[in-house]
Structures are given as C-alpha cells and as structure tokens.
Design a protein around this ligand. Structure first.
Ligand code: RP5
Length: 164
C-alpha cells in the first residue's frame, strides 16, 4: 500500500519477507497511520537503499521499520544514512531460525542505533512506531491506551473461559 503522505516506511530485503512484515502493515492500518511498503535490498539494490534512506526524512517519513533475514544488513545500513528512528525486524529464514538475522541486526556499533525487536516481531515494530508518533499526537496516544485496555480485557475473557 502506498499512502499519499506516509509517516512510517516499512522496508524489507525481499518480497519473501512479506509474510512476516505484513503484521506491521496490519497494525499501522488498524491505527490509521499512513505508511508505505517497499522491497529494498542492502545487497541487491544498494544504491536504491542509500537513496531511500537519505531522502526519507525530507519526504516526511518519521519512522522506518526495516525487516531482513540471514545476513540482515538492511536496518543497520538504512540507519547509517538517516537520523530517523529505525526499528529492525529480524526475519526468520529456513536455516538458523532467525538467530542469524537477530544477531546481524541487534549488534550495531555505538553511534548508529537500530531498535531491534524480537525474531519475527513485526507487530511490535509497528506498535513501537505508533508509540514514537504518539509522543507528538495525543489522539494516537489515546488509541494506544485503548489497544492495551483491549489486550487486558482479552486476558480476562480467557480467564473466564478457563473457569467454565
Ligand atoms: C535477505 O535475504 C532478505 O531480507 C531475505 O530475508 C533473505 C532471502 O531473500 P530471498 O532469497 O528470499 O529473496 O536479504
């Protein structure tokens, strides 16, 4: 999906990552946060990656969510060319269960941060992006409160079901 004025950019190293990254799309859609989705590979399209990262702030993007698997350089490389907050999502591949992706993304050298979520954690990546936007948007902050309240109600419903 391409919004007219996206606030969050979701990028991934391959279309094969979309099965995981679609969770982020769903969260942002549910919160009515304008977003865009792109496949950008650190290895296969390095020039595009650099240009995308460099131009993101100027296009009005506030947060970048970057997912990649294996030798997952995309989040760190995007972060190296922008001062926007970058949230990294380690995508699990068939081999190594995503531990390779996690370690590739989480161990950034001091100075260039990537806020790394759990393996396959695209839902939390998007919720973190919403939280960042909500620091300057009380309406969005209220919707996050409602979301969390609904989570707690869900737990209570499950508890009630256990009693039956
Ligand atoms: C990474 O290589 C991508 O993020 C993907 O997780 C992995 C495999 O890509 P494909 O071979 O499926 O295109 O750069």
């Amino acid at each position: 999906m391409v919004s007219e004025s996206p606030l969050v950019a979701i990028v991934m190293g391959s279309d094969s990552d979309f099965a995981v990254m679609s969770d982020a799309v769903e969260v942002l859609s549910n919160f009515d946060v304008p977003h865009e989705v792109q496949v950008i590979s650190a290895h296969r399209t390095p020039e595009k990656m650099m240009e995308y990262g460099r131009s993101a702030r100027g296009r009005g993007i506030k947060v970048i969510i970057a997912g990649a698997g294996g030798a997952a350089h995309l989040p760190g490389m995007i972060a190296s060319v922008t001062t926007l907050p970058v949230v990294g999502v380690p995508v699990p591949l068939a081999r190594l269960d995503g531990l390779d992706s996690l370690l590739s993304i989480v161990q950034m050298p001091a100075g260039i941060p990537v806020a790394t979520v759990s393996i396959g954690g695209a839902t939390n990546a998007a919720l973190l992006a919403v939280s960042i936007l909500a620091t300057a948007d009380e309406g969005l902050a209220g919707r996050l409160d409602t979301y969390r309240h609904e989570l707690s109600l869900l737990v209570e419903t499950k508890n009630q079901n256990l009693q039956q």
